[in-house]
Design a protein around this ligand. Structure first.
Ligand SMILES: Nc1ncnc2c1ncn2[C@@H]1O[C@H](COP(=O)(O)OP(=O)(O)OP(=O)(O)O)[C@@H](O)[C@H]1O
Length: 344
């Protein structure tokens, strides 16, 4: 079997950035690989944009290093300027020049090259994002998604080894987002560059990323494939970043945690109080689980929700079909193979 190789393009190791006494980014590490999309996800103020600016070379690091292969790009006291880093940046608002055509906007990225070469390469970049026939269009005549692809083409035309995008879908209407996301993902994958996308939308990150990097309070709290981060969260904060989760206190003894459904492994968690994490769709009313009281129900069409109380703990359950009536006592089952036990 052949294995796809994704060479590291950018290595960020232990970088920090302070504003006054406050650390916006603390000892963050990540690796961007060729042909792979990494999504940086975190709540507002967690340091995502600051980390992106450090990687782009728009700000100096206070600690740590950023390297491209063997080349050192950032260390305390030394920052290679953005235009010399081989990194393309796509801003939130696309920042197209309204008085330049689509082709001229893209060619602007190559204004240091001979005119003929610049034009040929710009056309090629527009073709790569599916806009080869829109070179003469003015930005205002393009949809939001098309403008975004022009911004991407302007970045791609310089053939960057890495492309950084800050909240690329935030300016788009909800009904456009899914389509634009697919188009942009396809164009980015076709380009073969290492891609970093900053977002605060968990659904978006889960769908787009090959690798997720979760940030909270300036720190990287978990990174890995989306399904691993979702199903095996490293902490309560990491679990909450990727969607709703039940958090229940449990006690760990000799590597096993006791739950209302029996014991479950708690690898690496010290004996004593800990937290059991279970997503609402891994709980089901019915079967032969212990009896729980329905205290709330929300019918939602394809998916419905109910809150069930069991031994003083309220569990959020997500199910297909109608939820049971409020006040009913129903058996509550859990898929313990999907449970995670974390410290704290
Ligand atoms: N230039 C600056 N001067 C002072 N503080 C800053 C500056 N830039 C960012 N901060 C602070 O650093 C922290 C991280 O900000 P950052 O913009 O990186 O977060 P974020 O995760 O991108 O947030 P959002 O999703 O809201 O854009 C915040 O507390 C912010 O107020």
């Amino acid at each position: 079997m052949t294995q796809t190789v994704h060479p590291p393009v950018l290595s960020v190791e232990g970088v920090s950035r302070h504003y006054g006494a406050r650390a916006a980014v603390s000892e963050a590490s990540l690796t961007l690989e060729a042909g792979r999309i990494t999504c940086l996800l975190g709540p507002s103020g967690s340091g995502k944009s600051t980390l992106l600016r450090l990687i782009a070379g728009l700000e100096p690091v206070d600690a740590g290093t950023i390297r491209s292969g063997e080349t050192l790009l950032s260390e305390p006291g030394r920052t290679t300027p953005p235009e010399q880093r081989g990194t393309g940046l796509v801003f939130q608002d696309y920042a197209l020049f309204p008085h330049l055509t689509t082709l001229e906007n893209v060619r602007f990225g190559l204004s240091d090259r001979p005119r003929r070469e610049g034009k040929a390469r710009s056309l090629e970049a527009l073709e790569r994002v599916g806009l080869g026939d829109r070179g003469n269009a003015w930005p205002h005549a393009l949809s939001g998604g098309e403008q975004q692809r022009v911004a991407l083409a302007r970045s791609l035309v310089r053939e960057p080894a890495a492309i950084l995008l800050d909240e690329p879908f935030s300016g788009l209407d909800a009904h456009l987002k899914a389509g634009v996301r697919e188009e942009l993902t396809a164009a980015l994958r076709a380009a073969g560059a290492a891609v970093l996308i900053v977002t605060h939308d968990a659904g978006e990150a889960l769908m787009m990323a090959d690798t997720l990097v979760l940030m909270d309070d300036g720190r990287v709290i978990q990174s890995g494939p989306p399904a691993d981060c979702h199903d095996r969260p490293a902490s309560v904060a990491a679990a909450r970043l990727l969607g709703e989760v039940n958090v229940a206190p449990v006690v760990v003894r000799q590597g096993m945690a006791s739950t209302p459904w029996g014991t479950t492994p708690a690898p690496g968690v010290a004996d004593g109080p800990a937290s059991l994490l279970l997503r609402p769709h891994h709980l089901t009313p019915g079967g032969d689980g212990p009896g729980a009281e329905v205290i709330a129900r929300r019918y939602g069409g394809a998916w419905s929700e109910a809150d069930l109380r069991l031994d003083g703990q309220v569990w959020r359950v997500r199910m297909t079909g109608e939820p049971p009536a409020v006040g009913a006592i129903v058996p509550l089952g859990a898929d313990l193979s999907k449970a995670t036990v974390v410290a704290g």
